[in-house]
Design a protein around this ligand. Structure first.
Ligand code: DAH
Length: 346
């Protein structure tokens, strides 16, 4: 009997050691199997009971049972302890620190030309103009013919055109939208057309693709004064102050008379002889304009005896440069995102 108790003591001691070493649910399970499992040390010990003298069996059985109960209890309390530690660890790993600053994000921005286009369109909407768009792949009729630029006309040399093999072309200006809109909507009409145009030109001050904005107003009894009022109102709203304007006689086949509009330098107002924007002239060329040629009205299906009007074309890239004080045209086309987002004047 004493030897049995001695052996049980050893088992208990081993158990206590293994138990205190168990650090996870898995390890705890292994301890349980090693002592109380089918082939566990205590279970195998139980099998030895049969070999004991009958009178010793009850006491031995009791000792084994109480040890098993004690073991089970200790396993259970260790189990709770381990599970608590494990769930605390789990929680620690997944904890959300709501006080952390957010990861910084790159915000997108509106391209200067897109922003300017939007501004111009909004200003002109206030004067009753709606937006009309036309195709970038044009035909000879709308790009030239209907604008009073026949095949033999020397004005065709003014524009170096990208042609497709089938005779179609990349529009060289937004003026063809004048004809398309007149044919589609008739008179009276007030439209503005922003868009991309293409010419065989590429150097530091010319891009083969650039942006223009065409305006067209055809109504009854329209005068050059109406045209001037409209363009000057646009420039004033765009640059935020009233600017001096001057008109120079020019030539475009689709207008008669034809003019060019210069505005007072937005940078120096003519006060700086070495101004890098106006080159000391005090003036900036911003638009080609004129009274719509009767031939163009006729091509647009409008009777020039009843209606007349004016049209203009402005370079949006140049206006964006003036408004946002950019010095190099190329930045507008190079997709230099950090520069475009650097928030210069936008
Ligand atoms: N289409 C001309 C160009 O690209 C610009 C222009 C001049 C448009 C006079 C007009 C206008 O509507 O009246 O150079």
């Amino acid at each position: 009997m004493t030897s049995i108790l001695g052996e049980l003591e050893i088992i208990e001691k081993n158990f206590a050691e293994r138990l205190s070493g168990a650090a996870s649910s898995d390890e705890l399970q292994q301890v349980k199997v090693a002592f109380l499992g089918k082939k566990g040390s205590l279970t195998s010990f139980l099998k030895k009971l049969g070999s004991l003298p009958t009178e010793e069996r009850p006491a031995a059985g009791e000792a084994i049972n109480s040890l098993r109960d004690a073991m089970e209890q200790r396993l259970a309390s260790k189990k709770t302890q381990i599970e608590e530690a494990e769930s605390a660890e789990e929680e620690r790993k997944n904890r959300l620190d709501v006080t952390l600053p957010p990861r910084s994000r790159m915000w997108g921005g509106i391209h200067p030309v897109a922003q300017l286009t939007q501004d111009v369109v909004e200003i002109l909407a206030g004067l009753g103009f709606s937006v009309a768009l036309g195709p970038e792949i044009e035909d000879d009729f709308h790009n030239f013919e209907a604008l009073n630029i026949p095949a033999s006309h020397p004005a065709r040399d003014m524009q170096d055109t990208f042609y497709f093999p089938d005779g179609k072309l990349l529009r060289t200006h937004t003026s063809p939208v004048q004809v398309r809109s007149m044919l589609r909507f008739g008179a009276p009409i007030r439209i503005v057309c922003p868009g991309k145009v293409y010419r065989r030109d590429s150097d530091p001050t010319h891009s083969p693709m650039f942006h223009q904005l065409e305006g067209l107003l055809v109504e009854k009894d329209i005068s050059v004064a109406d045209m001037k009022g409209c363009l000057e109102a646009l420039m004033e709203a765009l640059f935020g102050r009233s600017l001096k304007a001057r008109y120079r006689a020019s030539y475009f086949p689709f207008t008669e008379p034809s003019l060019e509009l210069d505005i007072e330098c937005v940078e120096c107002s003519g006060k700086n002889p070495s101004c890098r924007i106006c080159k000391g002239t005090g003036w900036l060329e911003v638009a080609g304009l004129g009274m719509v040629h009767p031939t163009v009205l006729r091509y647009g299906g409008i009777d020039p005896q009843v209606y007349n009007g004016f049209a203009w074309g402005v370079g949006l890239d140049r206006l964006a440069m003036l408004k946002y004080k950019l010095t190099d045209l190329r930045v507008l086309f190079e997709g230099n995102v950090p520069y475009l987002l650097s928030g210069r004047a936008l």
